[in-house]
Design a protein around this ligand. Sequence first.
Ligand code: ATP
Ligand code: LTN
Length: 342
Amino acid sequence: MEHTPALEKKLIQFSGIKPTGSLTLGSYLGAIKNWTELCEEYESFFCVVDMHSITIRVDPALLRRNAMEQLAYYIACGLDPEACTLFIQSHVPAHAELSWVLGCYTMFGELSRMTQFKEKSAKNADNINGGLFTYPVLMAADILLYDTDVVPVGEDQRQHVELCRDIANRFNGVYGETFKLPRAILPKVGARIMSLTEPDHKMSKSDDRDPGSVLLKDPDDVIMRKFKRAVTDCDSERCVRYDPENKKGVANLMSIYAAVTGKSFSEIEREFDGKGYGVFKPAVGEAVCGVLRPIREEAGRLLADRTYLDSVCAAGAEKAERASRRILSKVYKKVGFLPRPR
Ligand code: ATP
Ligand code: LTN
């Protein structure tokens, strides 16, 4: 009799981005680009984490628009809805349900130490709500519900993934093996893209009008203008050299150029040897335009086809719902919740 080898089970990747604004070059290079590269090797779940967005006040119509736009950009960046599960977090109730349970295994001290909580509460001093504080617990639920092995994120999310591991480990310690312990995967270059105008701050999407943030939806002329005006460093040599300590602005532009072209820092230094910032900055802009143009155009086409996007949402929610129920029931059973009689 012919022997069929068991199909090897792929490892699982999970990640998400909150629809708080328009996606930036930072979210693309720090996260989405890596997702697309890992898709072949991993079974993949990517979520639009809309529930995470309401920790700050947000206009409901804008949240809906951003969520749909973000889904379109996921696809436009190369995530194939047939090959991976793309879904909206609030469509899958298990996220909120597991989050409650995990919150009971997360310590006040742990949550108080989270850098993002400290930064966001300093920024929103008049609205330091419970959701902002327990944000990493919901994120841990997102990850653990899918038996995730790896979480591709930018540098700023590493601490949250480590907390997720600690929560999973604590739960396993009490109830026996329940969760896999996931780990963060960061890109080699581009894990922390800085603002073009303030190279001491991370490029961020919360303020759409920030000239230091390049948006995936920015047209070419806007991208070029942002790069031409990018802050370089007031050093006397004015040469393109990778020195993140003393030449932060140039190092950031070099990281962007390296991430979009695949060139190494020494290749970039040789390419611009003796050419100065006036040549370098527009070259980075051109390279970024080359990568973002097809993505922007594809997202535009997708956004004009709402029926298609709705069908992606519906299929994704169904697949995610099925996958997440399995772990949630296991957890409910372990903690001692009475099964619902049928
Ligand atoms: P917000 O401004 O609303 O807090 P954000 O721009 O910081 O948002 P997130 O939604 O927090 O973006 O991040 C989405 C993903 O992209 C995360 O994995 C994050 O680590 C990554 N990311 C975001 N900004 C950058 C950046 N500047 N450089 C590298 N990775 C980034
Ligand atoms: N907190 C993340 C978004 C996020 C996430 C996740 C990332 C929510 N749930 C699960 C990876 C896995 C952020 O980017 N600010």
